[in-house]
Design a protein around this ligand. Structure first.
Ligand code: FAD
Length: 307
């Protein structure tokens, strides 16, 4: 296998970054600066989100294609079932294959108008992510990621059903999972214990969201169902300026990420919001691999040896 499956098979932790398709020329510049900053780290992949309700379909596909063609970064393209018939989904999957995208993050998505409202599938579409996983499996040789929820999916009535439906995605052919954002390492460990108990060994990569701004994180938490620990919320709310907020968020995420890795998490997936500073500060704070620096150090060593 190639792409993420090959990297998983190597058995080392996978470090990856998430970006979204920008809407403005300025956003485009920020994104490409971020991609170049990330590229030197040789991450396992960069993932490109799929706008709510499929709204960014064309921007997602064209950005994923550009990254695949113009950078050395392996791409994981997100795909949701929202608003698409099975025939359309097959076409989108086919165009990814043609563009050299080898891995997809396969999601159900949420209702576009009211993300927390009732979910109605497209009349000729699929109902749950597991069905889309099967569709992608049939359509081509892709590595397949799925979503995992350390605080359980907001719509799952209980843990038992949540885990059962997650395991169904693994059985349908998923190769790995990426979690929803969370801010307490224990939530991740408890999910892993529940999956272990269910006999599910799918690698679950924790998502790292730097919580640097109180209002932004409160909104994300509400949308995603993640709990922001009261102490973290209080410190962010009282931050004197952006720089202090940045430090609080980066310190919290770095400590949590270190704990996750120490306890055997198979990698880290960093949300960038198309800006590299917070994600890279966490990455560097953890002392994660920096191939270019390693290369410079080796070259320096060789130099000294010849003198
Ligand atoms: P599913 O696995 O289908 O689960 C949805 C709910 O249905 C769960 O409660 C589950 O328990 C339940 N369920 C599943 N199967 C059954 C069944 N057979 N019977 C009854 N109930 C069932 N959204 C976007 O729009 N674009 C993105 O780019 C995007 N990226 C994301 C990236 C990550 C890492 C994560 C964690 C989420 C992302 N999302 C994205 C959000 C995601 O689309 C929503 O969280 C969505 O509500 C659930 O998607 P899912 O793939 O987990 O759905």
């Amino acid at each position: 296998p190639e792409g993420v499956r090959r990297r998983l098979a190597e058995g080392h932790p996978l470090y990856s970054f998430e970006v979204f398709p920008p809407k403005t020329p300025r956003g485009e510049r920020d994104l490409w600066r971020t991609l170049r900053d990330i590229e030197v780290l040789r991450p396992a992949f960069v993932s490109v989100t799929y706008g709510a309700g499929g709204s960014s379909r064309d921007r997602t596909t064209s950005l994923a294609e550009r990254i695949a063609q113009d950078t050395t970064l392996p791409v994981v393209a997100h795909l949701t079932a929202v608003g698409h018939s099975v025939a359309e989904l097959r076409r989108i999957i086919g165009s990814y294959a043609q563009a050299g995208v080898r891995d997809l993050l396969v999601l159900r998505g949420d209702p576009p108008a009211d993300p927390q409202g009732p979910w109605t599938p497209h009349p000729e579409g699929v109902r749950y992510a597991a069905e889309l996983v099967r569709l992608v499996r049939q359509a081509g040789d892709f590595g397949i990621g799925v979503a995992a929820f350390p605080e359980r999916h907001p719509r799952s009535p209980d843990w038992e059903q949540d885990i059962r439906h997650f395991v169904a995605k693994a059985r349908a052919g998923a190769d790995f999972a990426i979690t929803q954002m969370f801010f307490r390492a224990e939530d991740y460990f408890r999910l892993r214990d529940r999956l272990d108990a269910a006999g599910c060994t799918l690698p679950v990569i924790p998502e790292i969201m730097p919580a640097t701004r109180f209002r932004q994180i409160a909104r994300f938490a509400e949308l995603s169902g993640a709990t922001v620990p009261a102490e973290l919320a209080r410190r962010l709310e009282n931050a004197r300026d952006d720089a202090e907020g940045h430090r609080i968020g980066v310190d919290h995420a770095t400590a949590m990420a270190r704990h996750l890795l120490d306890q055997g998490a198979p990698g880290l997936h960093f949300i960038t919001l198309n800006r590299s500073t917070a994600a890279l500060d966490i990455y560097r704070g953890l002392g994660l691999p920096e191939p270019r620096r390693a290369l410079a150090a080796t070259a320096g060593g060789a130099d000294r040896g010849t003198r």
